[in-house]
Design a protein around this ligand. Structure first.
Ligand code: PGA
Length: 250
């Protein structure tokens, strides 16, 4: 059976009230539970996790996690805590967190924590800019390898990679489907060189960066990715639900 598409909504630091968070979660859920080809993943700020009532095809995700397991780490949230409130997917290494100082080494430790708790990792990778010579591919490769760090082959089944070129995040337009396809193949090649072809093929690749209902289907179909990581449009319920309908209609 073909794996389901993953459409993950990263709410970032939005919205500002529980009422609005509850409204977004319930409005998205109505469409998500009918979308049989998709696992919709809602990633709210931690404080709103309890408002997301998960169901078949409708999962809870987290935007971040501590690399530590427990103890004196003020303000941190562990992977086991996330698991205990029903989180299934954890975004690790988002560009906005890397900008706050998260290194590949920290990312790799966080991946270890998530995998250790038995959750799925959504590892974000992406180049800052594209140059004419294709040097960005080497940058991307180095970032993937360093971020995966010591992830063992047996744990690859818990890995999802979200390709998010930084210049498309919060930008006016997304990447072209042709470029998404090309880079997706490159990422698979890097994974195959590290873990072997069979393991690499089992990793789902998502695209993120200025996804809307207008470009979602082309990016998935022509870009040949297994899903999308949606930022701004994830809190616009009308737009997000249209993305779900577009992808479920593939
Ligand atoms: P965007 O954000 O969809 O608003 O461009 C994507 C992301 O940061 O994951």
């Amino acid at each position: 059976m073909k794996k389901k598409y993953i459409i993950a909504g990263n709410w970032k630091m939005n919205p500002q009230t529980t009422e609005e968070a509850s409204r977004i979660a319930t409005t998205v859920k109505k469409v998500a539970i009918k979308s049989k080809k998709i696992d919709t993943v809602v990633c709210p700020p931690f404080v709103y996790a309890h408002l997301v009532k998960t169901a078949d095809n409708f999962s809870l995700g987290a935007q971040n996690v501590s690399l530590e397991q427990s103890g004196s780490f003020t303000g941190e949230v562990s992977a086991d805590m996330l698991k205990s409130v029903g989180v299934k997917y954890v975004i690790v290494g988002h560009a906005e967190r890397r900008k706050m100082g998260e290194t590949d080494e920290i990312v790799s430790q966080k991946i270890g924590a998530v995998v250790g708790a038995g959750l799925q990792v959504i590892l974000c990778v992406g180049e800052k800019e594209r140059d004419q010579n294709g040097d960005y591919l080497a940058v991307l490769k180095a970032q993937i390898i360093a971020s995966l760090g010591k992830l063992a082959r047996k744990d690859v089944k818990q890995l999802i990679v979200a390709y998010e070129p930084l210049w498309t995040i919060g930008a006016p337009v997304a990447m072209t489907p042709a470029d998404v396809r090309e880079t997706g193949l490159f990422i698979k090649k890097v994974l195959a060189d590290t873990y072997g072809q069979e393991y690499a093929l089992s990793v789902r690749i998502l695209y993120g960066g200025s996804v809307t209902f207008k470009n979602a289907k082309d990016i998935v179909l022509l870009g040949q990715v297994d899903g999308l990581l949606v930022g701004r449009e994830s809190i616009n319920t009308e737009g997000f639900n249209l993305i779900l309908k577009e992808i479920d209609g593939i």
